[in-house]
Design a protein around this ligand. Structure first.
Ligand code: MLT
Length: 390
């Protein structure tokens, strides 16, 4: 059997995912001895990471519960599972749009209040006008962020007869291929604010996106706009949203992120973070996270990391493979290759990839990697971590 790796689950992870682990992966209850951590929404910001930890795989899309920069500096690769729960979230976004357009929630609450009324059917016919709403067909839907979820929402909204505007300055080729041709791709988010009846946001929470829907943005929107937030609450200045509701500018705010600002407030429909809480999404995320973790621990390959670049050299068939985490600065590769050259070791394959300020270099060599070589590599300025994969 190949070397055993230990993994720890910080949250419950779907069994179908854990069942995918090969026999050389062993679950541990002791996080300190784990090379890999699987996590859903547990906050990892206050954690100290053991020197053994090599990888964190987040079963979900958002990674705001993980200190990405600290992990990058320690050479801990953080993965997420983009798209794995996109359908689950998409379906709830559509539900949210309908709940905001028709007062289904008000109607259900009324029916509950009448549960002991023998004449409820008659009363309903009299009362129902209070809960009437509007249809979504022919309305303009604005989607900010055309990633896996945004694209799915756009396509289904088109099928429901909506006019769809999409905004995403960083749209990927994959997303663009999947997006309906009928979606109007705008280059300025103001076009969404100024034209759309319903606006939904699907971007990651980062410094650049925090509070992006603020008073200034809301002021540009149409009167009676409906806002949907199935991404993260901090993307919105929710005080400004509540102000907008009070003034009649915002008709409804649907949020999947309960907090004391919005829960129970007039005009807010608050859902307890159920977007991806479906059996299918949980299974898909767990399977993807486990696959990413295994390939990284066994082969050093990186796919879908949020703090290191993608890198794939397949399964190592040479005597040794070493992975180096380092700063994305000049002359690093020359220093790595000369370390091996000086010892008379031939490099048979090498990949170097960078992402922002960090880079990842993987080398296959024709003799086993010694402790002495590891030490020399570690001492090169700008190297965060050296990992002997094989
Ligand atoms: C996500 O980030 O994938 C969703 O918000 C669901 C979740 O946090 O699990």
């Amino acid at each position: 059997m190949d070397a055993a790796f230990k993994y720890h689950c910080l949250n419950p992870i779907a069994k179908v995912g854990l069942d995918k682990f090969k026999d050389n992966f062993v679950k541990t209850d002791n996080v300190e001895e784990a090379e890999g951590i699987l996590v859903r929404s547990a906050s990892m910001h206050e954690m100290t990471f053991s020197d053994k930890l090599l990888v964190i795989a987040r079963a979900g899309a958002g990674v705001n519960n993980i200190p990405l920069d600290i992990c990058a500096q320690k050479g801990i690769v953080v993965f997420n599972t983009p798209g794995a729960n996109a359908n689950g979230v998409k379906e709830l976004v559509i539900a949210g749009m309908l709940l905001a357009s028709r007062d289904v929630v008000g109607g259900i609450n009324w029916a509950l209040s009448q549960k002991d009324n023998p004449d409820i059917a008659k009363a309903a016919e009299k009362e129902k006008k209070k809960f009437a709403g509007t249809e979504i067909q022919d309305k303009k839907l604005g989607i900010i962020g055309l990633g896996a979820i945004g694209v799915k929402v756009a396509n289904v909204a088109k099928h429901m007869g909506m006019e769809v505007y999409g905004y995403d300055p960083y749209v990927s080729v994959d997303a663009a291929w999947n997006l309906s041709r009928d979606v109007k791709h705008v280059l300025n988010v103001d076009e969404i604010y100024e034209n759309c009846d319903i606006i939904t946001i699907h971007v990651p929470l980062m410094d650049a996106t925090k509070g992006m829907i603020n008073k200034e943005a809301i002021d540009k929107m149409k009167d009676g706009v409906i806002l949907l937030n199935f991404a993260r609450d901090l993307l919105m200045d929710e005080k400004a949203v509540l102000e907008g509701i009070k003034e009649g500018k915002v008709r409804k705010y649907v949020s999947d992120f309960p907090n004391p600002t919005t829960a129970g407030q007039e005009g807010c429909i608050v859902i307890p973070h159920l977007g991806a809480s479906t059996e299918e999404s949980e299974d898909n995320c767990a399977k993807m996270a486990v696959k990413e973790m295994m390939d990284y621990l066994e082969n050093g390959n990186i796919k879908n990391s949020v703090n290191y670049p993608n890198c794939d050299m397949g399964v190592c068939v040479k005597a040794g493979r070493v992975a180096i985490f380092h700063k994305n600065v000049t002359n690093m590769i020359a220093k790595f290759t000369s370390t091996f050259g000086d010892k008379g070791i031939n490099i048979s394959d090498l990949t170097n990839k960078s992402k922002g300020e960090v880079a990842y270099t993987m080398l296959d060599v024709e003799t086993a990697v010694t402790e002495e070589i590891v030490k020399t590599l570690e001492n090169i300025e700008g190297v965060f971590r050296v990992r002997v994969v094989k």
